[in-house]
Write a new protein. Structure first.
Length: 135
């Protein structure tokens, strides 16, 4: 794979993560507002408390997922070495979200484990050839 092609693949992976994080974080805000609004419309203080708590729990869960996804996307754009590992972990978890998460996860893993990825992120580790004697 040419370096120019690989750069494009990294940008696609990064923007996929950023788009996904917008969906998670936006969904979190919508859930919190929706559940609280339902509690307000019920005109019952007990319902307001329960629905606000439920919306906060569901929204908090989506935020818990969305923030690392956003960090991975941002880090990939900045060529941060930690972002490669984070994006691969998130891709493995995304494999279970069939069908879209599976396809995106496979693509992300393919890009981030390809040979140019180590050089791109500065992960090259010098290894001793087999059979060499060190001083």
């Amino acid at each position: 794979m040419r370096q120019q092609d690989f750069d494009l693949h990294i940008k696609v992976v990064a923007w996929l993560h950023l788009l996904e994080s917008v969906l998670y974080i936006g969904g979190a805000v919508l859930l919190m507002v929706f559940f609280s609004g339902m509690g307000i419309m019920a005109d019952d203080p007990e319902a307001l408390g329960i629905l606000t708590l439920a919306g906060s729990c569901f929204g908090g869960f989506l935020l818990l997922i969305g923030v690392p996804v956003a960090l991975a996307g941002w880090g990939l754009l900045k060529q941060a070495t930690w972002s490669r590992i984070l994006a691969m972990v998130l891709a493995v978890l995304g494999l279970f979200l069939f069908p879209i998460g599976t396809f995106v996860g496979i693509y992300v893993i393919w890009v981030l484990t390809s040979p140019p990825a180590a050089a791109y992120f500065g992960d090259l580790v010098e290894s001793d050839p087999v059979g060499s004697a060190g001083p």
